[in-house]
Design a protein around this ligand. Structure first.
Ligand code: AHG
Ligand code: MN
Ligand code: MN
Length: 337
C-alpha cells in the first residue's frame, strides 16, 4: 500500500530538509485544525449549531471595510482566533474581519510569528453553496514591537515565511507554501487528517482562460480594458487564440483552479472608488496568494510591480491584483507600461 503522508509528516520532513522551525510547524498544524472546524461548519450549513440556526445568512454588522458581515465570516474568524491564541507560537493576529490586531492574552506565552487571515473568502457564495475558502499569511514578528500595533504587521509580502489557503469545495483542500514550492493536502473526513495529495504544483506559463468580473468593464483603466478586449477578439485578434472565461467570485476557488490548470485572475483597480487601489486586501488576500502563485512558477503584480514588493502603509489596504500563468500576467503588466 502506498504510504499516506499526513500534514505533520510533511512538516517534519520539511524540518529535516530545510530546517523549518518546529514552532512554525505548530502554527501550521493549529491553523489546519481551525480549518477542519470551519470545514465542518461549512459542511453543516443550515444544520450547524442545532437551534442556533446554522451558519448561513448575514448578521446586522459591518466590518472595518464597510462590508456586511455574514454569520460565517464571524464564526470562521472566532474559530481561527481561539485556536491560535494559546499555543505559544504567535505574537499577534490580524484579520480582515477585525478592526485592529489582537495580541496574545497575558495568560499565554508569546511566540515569534504574526498570523494574518481572511477567515472566509467568497462570502457572497456562502448562502448559495458554492466553493469558499480561508486564506492565511505568516510573517516574522519584529523584535521589540508591540503586537497589537498595526506597524508590526506592515511588512512587504516577500517577508512571509508561509502562506496558504483552504478551499471548501466538493473536497476540503489545504494548499501551502513554506518557500520551497507548493503542496496540497486533501481532508480525509473519515480519519480527520490532511493527506498530501499534490507535490510541487506548477502553474503552466501559458493559458487561454481568464477570470475577471466583466460587469465592471466600464470602470476599468485603459490597459485592462484593452487586455480583455484582446482576449475577447479570439483567434483572429491580436492574441491569436480563443479564450475561455470563468468567474466564481471566490478568489480562493479561482486561484485553486489556476493552480490546477493555469489561467489568469484579475481584480484590477477601477474608478468606482478611485481612492481605493482595488477591491482585494493586500495583507489577507493578495500577499499570501502572490507568494503561493510565485512559488508555483506563476506571477503576481498590481499591474506595475510585483505584489510581494509593495510596502504596506495600512493594515486593511486594498490593492489591484493580476496573478496566475506567468506569460499572461507579464503581458497584461506590460500593457500598463
Ligand atoms: P471576501 O468574501 O473575503 O470579502 O472576498 C471576496 C472577494 C474575492 O474572493 C472575489 O474574487 C471578489 O471579492 C468577488 O467580487 P465581486 O463581488 O466583484 O464578484
Ligand atoms: Mn476575501
Ligand atoms: Mn473574507
Amino acid at each position: 500500500m502506498k504510504m499516506r503522508i499526513s500534514l505533520t509528516h510533511y512538516l517534519i520532513r520539511s524540518e529535516r530538509a530545510h530546517g523549518t522551525d518546529p514552532n512554525l510547524r505548530l502554527l501550521i498544524e493549529t491553523v489546519a485544525r481551525a480549518v477542519k472546524t470551519i470545514s465542518h461548519a461549512v459542511g453543516k450549513g443550515a444544520l450547524w449549531g442545532g437551534n442556533e440556526g446554522g451558519v448561513l445568512g448575514s448578521l446586522g454588522s459591518t466590518n472595518v471595510q464597510g462590508e456586511t458581515q455574514k454569520k460565517l465570516d464571524v464564526i470562521a474568524n472566532e474559530i481561527l482566533v481561539e485556536a491560535n491564541e494559546w499555543g505559544g507560537h504567535l505574537a499577534g493576529m490580524a484579520s480582515e474581519e477585525m478592526d485592529t490586531p489582537v495580541g496574545i492574552p497575558v495568560a499565554y506565552p508569546r511566540g515569534h510569528y504574526l498570523l494574518l487571515f481572511d477567515p472566509l473568502d467568497g462570502s457572497s457564495n456562502v448562502d448559495v453553496n458554492v466553493s469558499i475558502g480561508t486564506i492565511f499569511s505568516v510573517l516574522p514578528a519584529p523584535a521589540g514591537m508591540s503586537e497589537d500595533d498595526d506597524r508590526a504587521f506592515l511588512q512587504p509580502g516577500r517577508n512571509q515565511v508561509c502562506a496558504g489557503y483552504a478551499v471548501y469545495g466538493p473536497q476540503t483542500v489545504l494548499v501551502l507554501t513554506l518557500g520551497h514550492g507548493v503542496v496540497a493536502f486533501t481532508l480525509d473526513r473519515d480519519t480527520g487528517s490532511f493527506v498530501l495529495t499534490q507535490e510541487d504544483i506548477r502553474i503552466p506559463a501559458d493559458t487561454k482562460e481568464f477570470a475577471i468580473n466583466m460587469s465592471n468593464r466600464r470602470h476599468w483603466a485603459q490597459p485592462v480594458q484593452r487586455y480583455i478586449d484582446e482576449c475577447l477578439a479570439g483567434r483572429t485578434g491580436p492574441r491569436g487564440k480563443d479564450f475561455n472565461m470563468r468567474w466564481i467570485a471566490s478568489m480562493v476557488a479561482e486561484v485553486h483552479r489556476i493552480m490546477q490548470r493555469g489561467g489568469i485572475f484579475l481584480y484590477p483597480w477601477d474608478k468606482r472608488e478611485p481612492d481605493k487601489p482595488g477591491k482585494l486586501r493586500l495583507m489577507y488576500e493578495a500577499n499570501p496568494m502572490a507568494m503561493l502563485v510565485e512559488q508555483a512558477g506563476g506571477m503576481a503584480t498590481d499591474g506595475r510591480q510585483r505584489i510581494l514588493n509593495i510596502e504596506p502603509t495600512q493594515l486593511h489596504q486594498r490593492v489591484s491584483v493580476m496573478l496566475g500563468s506567468r506569460n499572461e500576467v507579464e503581458y497584461v503588466t506590460g500593457l500598463h507600461r
